[in-house]
Every structure is written in structure tokens, then in C-alpha cells.
Design a binder for this molecule. Structure first.
Ligand code: C6P
Length: 409
């Protein structure tokens, strides 16, 4: 056992995730792809079952018991999400995920706020979900995208970032944590710079909110997007946080049931925030699962989860160095995401070989092609951690990687 300080009781945590009882190719599952999606604990699975078995109904519509129960659970989830990031429930918009949140905001800002010639600052490390929507908006509305170039180890140079701001800059959109390199961007500092230049800031929190304590007030960010499925909840639920005053002043970009106040044949008016941004029947089971997931994460403690992942990351980086012909990408101070290549091996081959031992990792471009271009590669093998991973998982991974490196050199 290589664990000096035992931050989390991994055995009892992993016992709460039914998937770990499964054998994969005759081995216990070692899941090292939580950046892609996380596994789900029994509590979350049961909360979805309970909703369908006991109070399945639409929300905000029915004046009968089970609909009132569903509405209460849905709105309680909004409050639970709000408290997780130190915001108010009115600042929490339910979406289907990070991708949807960013697309929605790109539409909202393009339709309401941005004008031809305005500039948006973005980085080369963004996931396609925080790049393509802005690229399309820039083409449709005559906006200009300005990219922050990365340093050699895949970080942001704050001075270079600040030099891109002009009086035309209206938004900086940036990931909190890179899904490829694990780079943690200094969001508080960047928000300060953005506001100094009268610009808004959107943070892609897909890889940070599940793994660390996020306080939107202390960071002073205007918008934050994240996904439930990367933080123990079901797929199809996500969040767009926006400062209350901003959400109140912006118009929705999607229209239909649930978001209106009054409709006549020629005109319509909207409900209050955040409901005016939630057109159509929402993902009720998803919101309930997210609330349960958040309560579960809070009961363990995000500080402890972050510390645990830091310990795993440090240990893994040390162990990876001992493998021949390996190249690890990204800075040494990072979140629990590590990308690497071994020799000229295709990342998919590395992943397929590990799968034979029940080890799940991801290989490919990770939806970050501009970053791959910057690194002058087509893809990487990537491991990523969560609260259920142990030092034993890493020892098994390293043992298998050593074999891969030996056999295929
Ligand atoms: N990254 C990964 O394996 P969705 O798919 O909407 O839940 O999240 C999109 C997204 C946005 N931003 C970042 C930084 C992300 O990492 C992701 C999802 C997964 O890296 C799937 S490609």
C-alpha cells in the first residue's frame, strides 16, 4: 500500500457503486475514464427508481399530489445545485449538459448582447463544446474570436491573455480544467482581468465542478456550465449558472411550454428567470439524480475528494516516469487527468490492450483537436480519476503499461 495519508475509505465508497461488482474480461473493473463520464452510486440509481415508482409526473403543471411532489423534488434540486456552487436558485438553469449550456448561452448572447465586430477571447485548450458554438456565432453574427496561445507545458500565460483584451472584447470563455492536460486555469485572476476590461466571463466547469469546491461568488464569474453525468448523476442533465442580474436582463433563445407568462396570437411574454430559459418538459429524473449525487458528494466532502485525487495524480505521475518511451503531457500541478503516449503506439491500441485486463481508459483526440494540433499529435491515451479510484488501481495500470511498453517497443 503506497498510501501514506488515507483521505478516503475507497473500499466502502466503491462498494456503493454496483458496477464495480462486475467482472470485465475476468478482471475487476478498474475505471480510469471519469473525465468522460463518472460511475453512479446506488443512492443515485435508487433516486431515479423512486421517482418513477412513486411520483412520476410533469413539473410546474399539475395541481395534484404526485405532480406537486415532482415539482418540489425538481426545485429542491435547483436549491441543492445552487448551494454547491454558492449561488442562488434563481441563478441555476437546468439544461441537458455542458454542451447544451454553452450552445444556449452562445445563442442568448448573440441574439441579445453581442454586436457585429465584438470580440470574444478563447483558448487553444478548449473542448469542442466551448469552441464550435462560438465559432459558429462568430460566423453568423460577425464576431471576432481571439485565441490565447498556450505555453509549452499547456498552461495559460496571464500577461499574454490580458494583452488580447480591447474595448471591443465582450466575453472571455475558458475551461476551468483542461480535459486533456488537467491544467487548472487561474479563474479568479482571469475574472478580475475580464471585469477590469468590462468583459463577461464564461467558465466551462465540466472537469472542475465534480472534483473541487467551486464558489461562483468568490471567483466572481458571470456564467458557469457543467454536466451532471460527470459528477455521479445521470446523463442528460446539466447546468448553466448565470449571475441573477445578467439572467434577468437577457432574453431566452428557446421557446415553448413552461417558459411563458402570457401568449396571444401575435405576442408572448416570458416567465421570470430561470424558468424563462427552460422551454419544454425538463429532465425531472435527471434533476433528482443530480440532487442526490450532490448530497452524496457533500457527505464525503469535495475538499477530501480533491485531496484524494491530488495524491493519486502525484503518485501516478511518479510511476509513469518509470515507463520506457513514455511521453506525459501537461503541467506537473494539475487536476486528476493525465494524457500520455508510448512510443508510436496508437492510443486506441493502448486502450484496447488495457481493456483485456479490465482497465478502462480513453484514447483519442478527446474532442480537443486544436489542442492536439498544438501538441503536434493526433491523440493521447488518457487516465482520469474520481473518488472511487485507489492506489491499487494505479499499480495495476502501471504494471500493464510496463508490459505494453516492453512487448511493443
Ligand atoms: N468531455 C471527455 O472525455 P458534455 O458532453 O456536454 O457533458 O460535456 C462536454 C464537455 C465540455 N467541456 C469539457 C472541458 C469537457 O471535458 C466536456 C466533455 C468528455 O473529455 C467527453 S468528450
Amino acid at each position: 500500500m503506497h498510501l501514506l495519508t488515507k483521505t478516503l475509505d475507497i473500499e466502502s465508497i466503491s462498494n456503493e457503486f454496483p458496477i464495480f461488482k462486475r467482472k470485465i474480461n475476468g478482471h475487476n473493473l478498474i475505471y480510469l475514464d471519469s473525465a468522460s463520464t463518472s460511475q453512479k452510486p446506488t443512492q443515485v440509481i435508487n433516486s431515479i427508481k423512486e421517482y418513477y415508482e412513486k411520483f412520476n409526473s410533469n413539473v410546474h403543471r399539475g395541481v395534484y399530489k404526485i405532480s406537486e411532489e415532482a415539482t418540489l423534488a425538481f426545485e429542491n434540486s435547483r436549491s441543492n445545485v445552487a448551494s454547491l456552487i454558492n449561488s442562488y436558485p434563481e441563478e441555476i438553469i437546468f439544461t441537458s449538459g455542458t454542451t447544451k449550456s454553452i450552445n444556449m448561452l452562445a445563442n442568448i448572447l448573440s441574439m441579445n448582447y453581442l454586436k457585429k465586430g465584438d470580440e470574444i477571447i478563447i483558448t487553444e485548450m478548449e473542448h469542442h463544446s466551448n469552441l464550435v458554438p462560438w465559432q459558429i456565432a462568430s460566423k453568423l453574427y460577425g464576431l471576432k474570436l481571439k485565441y490565447v496561445k498556450l505555453t509549452n507545458n499547456g498552461s495559460i500565460d496571464i500577461n499574454k491573455l490580458e494583452s488580447l483584451f480591447t474595448e471591443k472584447t465582450k466575453l472571455i470563455t475558458i475551461t476551468h480544467v483542461s480535459n486533456v492536460l488537467g491544467t487548472i486555469n487561474p479563474i479568479k485572476e482571469i475574472a478580475k482581468i475580464a471585469h477590469k476590461h468590462n468583459s463577461l466571463i464564461l467558465v466551462d466547469g465540466a472537469q472542475s465542478v465534480p472534483h473541487m469546491t467551486i464558489d461562483v461568488k468568490s471567483l466572481d464569474i458571470d456564467f458557469l456550465a457543467f454536466s451532471g453525468h460527470k459528477m455521479l448523476a445521470s446523463t442528460g442533465i446539466g447546468i448553466l449558472y448565470g449571475k441573477k442580474k445578467l439572467l434577468e436582463s437577457l432574453q431566452p433563445s428557446e421557446f415553448g411550454g413552461g417558459m411563458i407568462s402570457n401568449v396571444s396570437l401575435n405576442n408572448s411574454s416570458w416567465n421570470e428567470s430561470p424558468w424563462k430559459f427552460e422551454a419544454g418538459t425538463p429532465n425531472v429524473e435527471g434533476a433528482i439524480s443530480l440532487s442526490t449525487a450532490i448530497s452524496y458528494l457533500k457527505s464525503i466532502g469535495l475538499e477530501k475528494i480533491e485531496k484524494h485525487e491530488k495524491e493519486l495524480t502525484k503518485y501516478t505521475l511518479e510511476q509513469l516516469e518509470k515507463i520506457e518511451n513514455i511521453k506525459v503531457y501537461g503541467p506537473s500541478e494539475r487536476s486528476g487527468i493525465i494524457s500520455f503516449n508510448i512510443n508510436k503506439l496508437h492510443p486506441h491500441d493502448i486502450s484496447a490492450i488495457l481493456d483485456r485486463e479490465g482497465i478502462a481508459i480513453r484514447g483519442g483526440h478527446h474532442c480537443a483537436m486544436p489542442l492536439m494540433k498544438f501538441l503536434r499529435i493526433n491523440g493521447t491515451a488518457r487516465i482520469s480519476f474520481y473518488l472511487y479510484n485507489s492506489f491499487e488501481d494505479i499499480d495495476k495500470l502501471i504494471k500493464s503499461l510496463k508490459t505494453v511498453s516492453e512487448v511493443l517497443k
